[in-house]
Design a protein around this ligand. Structure first.
Ligand code: DX5
Ligand code: ZN
Length: 229
């Protein structure tokens, strides 16, 4: 699949969401939608009604990142509504296998997210049930935080677990920018979420292009991708 960029609208102007999505629709692969419930994380953002409205207006598929308690109860509805990817947190899910199957049964991709302190090893047996692993590179809850380099070894271990040409994508989210994206790509990530690095830029569409070029260059030079040549 190669490098994919998923701009997070958390950093955009919420009063103009459809326009903000349109600003990246030529250059991005996905639109990353951060759902926060003020329980799993301290922040509160948006929920299913806003996602439904965006689905009607977005030319790009929606990549919904649910930072919520009780995803077993709430996540399938996002898939049913038409989100192309639905990611829930390992720390919040009661039955991750059942939930991933429910999401897939609705025709969406199923993603499993891990906070920085959550190890990947307990979840490697579940990889066949998943379409994506999201390795958080900040503590979830807020945009604009500093990238945590301590997650890089986990990204390397996750890449080693899935293999170089995997159907399971490895997403990074938090503090991803022109300063940090190369480290993520070199460690093995292939889907890059960026909020402030895209919507804080003068031209969000151009910012996506610059991030993609950097990630592609770093991937081509990385040892994990070269194994695949
Ligand atoms: C943080 C969210 C991220 C956030 C990233 O909890 O999951 O998607 O929007 O924002 P930046 O790229 O600004 O760190
Ligand atoms: Zn996110």
């Amino acid at each position: 699949m190669g490098v994919q960029i998923s701009p997070s609208i958390l950093a955009s102007d919420f009063s103009r969401l459809a326009d903000e999505v349109a600003a990246v629709s030529e250059t991005a692969d996905w639109v990353h939608v951060d759902v926060m419930d003020n329980h799993f994380v301290p922040n509160l953002t948006l929920g299913l009604p806003v996602v439904e409205s965006l689905l009607a207006r977005s030319a790009l598929p929606l990549d919904c990142h649910l930072m919520i308690d009780e995803p077993d109860r709430w996540a399938p509805a996002y898939a049913e509504a038409g989100a192309r990817n639905v990611t829930f947190h390992a720390e919040a899910a009661q039955a991750p296998v059942r939930l991933a199957r429910e999401i897939r049964a609705q025709g969406a991709r199923a993603g499993l997210a891990l906070r920085p302190a959550t190890p990947v090893e307990p979840y490697t047996d579940l990889l066949a049930e998943l379409d994506m692993l999201l390795l958080m590179t900040v503590e979830p809850g807020f945009g604009g935080q500093a990238f945590l380099d301590l997650v890089l070894p986990k990204i390397r271990r996750a890449r080693a677990a899935v293999g170089p040409d995997s159907s399971v994508w490895l997403q990074v989210d938090g503090g991803v920018s022109v300063e940090t994206i190369e480290r993520c790509a070199d460690a093995g990530a292939d889907v890059f979420v960026a909020g402030s690095a895209v919507y804080g830029a003068e031209d969000p569409g151009k910012a996506v292009r610059a991030l993609r070029e950097q990630a592609e260059r770093a991937t081509a030079a990385s040892s994990w991708a070269r194994k695949n040549l």
